[in-house]
Design a protein around this ligand. Structure first.
Ligand SMILES: C[S@@+](CC[C@H](N)C(=O)[O-])C[C@H]1O[C@@H](n2cnc3c(N)ncnc32)[C@H](O)[C@@H]1O
Length: 356
């Protein structure tokens, strides 16, 4: 019966004194505003204003509406500010940050393990897919090309990353993706909007992954599926072995934990999905194994994906005194050693599930 626009209308008339000025302030025509007012008065069954000599005077019910309405609008403002603060906070605490180096790293990561992760990322023709946390579009370009008959809505919190993602997709001539700046916890889509959802390397960064899953579930159509890909730093082993390298990796795990994320989330995908009441859950470990017989993987994965990630958190880990400068530098040096005739193993976890 009462809508926010009604509260705003009455509040604005109280502030500026007339319907015509209120219409200007609210960027509406006077007749549209007049129509809203009549609608409100008829819904409530009382008059908000007496019209005397072409002037509006609040009735007793109108005064009550104005005062209570103002309090509600203040609460709305407060809520909007809080959500915006939370968004800003999330951007600040995102462990990998939004530097150019990180953007290059995300693209290297996606390219080098594209076959391993995406040989089976195929949806039926004509599907509408939500990609949550698309970042700079490193996965977007792969999955949208592989599924050329599908349409993608790719969202992320970061305006900067979305801009880069848009540039990449446009430069590749890909036309089945639209980007939107949104929060995974508060999606602007109706219930049951999407056939499928895709999430890659995002849940590891958020404090409440089960809440994100609830929201993703809400926007999935019945029988819709979710595909989640996450890493698990506890799955890392390498030759030559090195305590310094292990300490450096642990620093990343600890830093991510301080930022309320979980760098070892891969092993947790099954319970997360079953607790969120998804069904038909299949979790598939995808191991990357690299040795000198695969020089492109030595470059692309050991150096430019994994070690670059540890290098990327160095400054923040030092600032937060999680590890000493010599320890992290020794660790990074030893990770590079695995790229010189050593070996390196890491396991990603790809989960698929659906809703009933
Ligand atoms: C490691 S990046 C992964 C990006 C991309 N999926 C990929 O694999 O290259 C994680 C992304 O999740 C986004 N993100 C984190 N929290 C989010 C939230 N609450 N809503 C939407 N995106 C979020 C970050 O902004 C970041 O771009």
């Amino acid at each position: 019966m009462i809508e926010v626009r009604h509260l705003k209308l009455v509040d604005m008339v109280a502030k500026v004194g007339s319907l015509s000025k209120a219409a200007d302030e609210l960027c509406l025509t006077q007749s549209a505003l007049s129509h809203q007012l009549k609608e409100l008065e008829s819904n409530l069954g009382v008059q908000i204003f007496h019209r005397i000599n072409n002037k509006l005077h609040f009735t007793p019910a109108g005064k009550e509406f104005r005062d209570a309405g103002r309090e509600i609008l203040e609460q709305f403002d407060h809520l909007e500010n809080r959500i915006s603060q939370i968004n800003q906070q999330q951007l600040k605490t995102y462990v990998h940050g939004y530097s150019d180096e990180e953007s290059i790293r995300l693209n290297n990561q996606a390219r080098t393990i594209s076959d391993l992760l995406h040989w089976d990322t195929i949806w039926e023709d004509g599907s509408l897919i939500l990609e949550a946390g698309c970042g700079v579009g490193a996965q977007t370009k792969i999955i949208s090309s592989k599924n050329a008959t599908c349409n993608f809505v790719s969202i992320d919190l970061s305006e900067k990353s979305l801009k880069q993602a848009q540039e990449t997709i446009t430069s590749l001539g890909i036309e089945n993706v639209v980007f939107q700046q949104e929060n995974i916890f508060d999606l602007p889509f109706d219930d049951e909007s999407f056939d499928h959802v895709f999430v890659c390397f995002v849940l590891e960064h958020i404090a409440e992954p089960h809440l994100a899953l609830q929201e993703l579930k809400r926007v999935l159509k019945k029988q819709g599926t979710i595909t989640i890909i996450e890493g698990d730093h506890g799955s890392t082993f390498f030759y030559p072995d090195s305590n310094a390298a292990k300490k450096a990796i642990q620093a990343q795990v600890d830093l991510q934990k301080q930022n309320e994320g979980n760098a070892n989330i891969g092993r947790q995908l099954f319970p997360l999905l079953s607790d969120s009441e998804f069904i038909d859950i299949h979790v598939n470990p995808r191991q990357v194994y690299v040795d000198a017989s695969k020089p492109e993987m030595v470059e692309g994965f050991i150096k430019n994906t994994f070690t670059a990630m540890i290098q990327g958190i160095k400054e923040e880990a030092l600032l937060k005194k999680i590890i000493s400068k010599s320890e992290i530098e020794d660790g990074i040096r030893d990770l590079y050693k695995t790229a010189q005739a050593g070996t390196f193993c890491y396991t990603f976890f790809k989960a698929t599930a659906r809703i009933p």
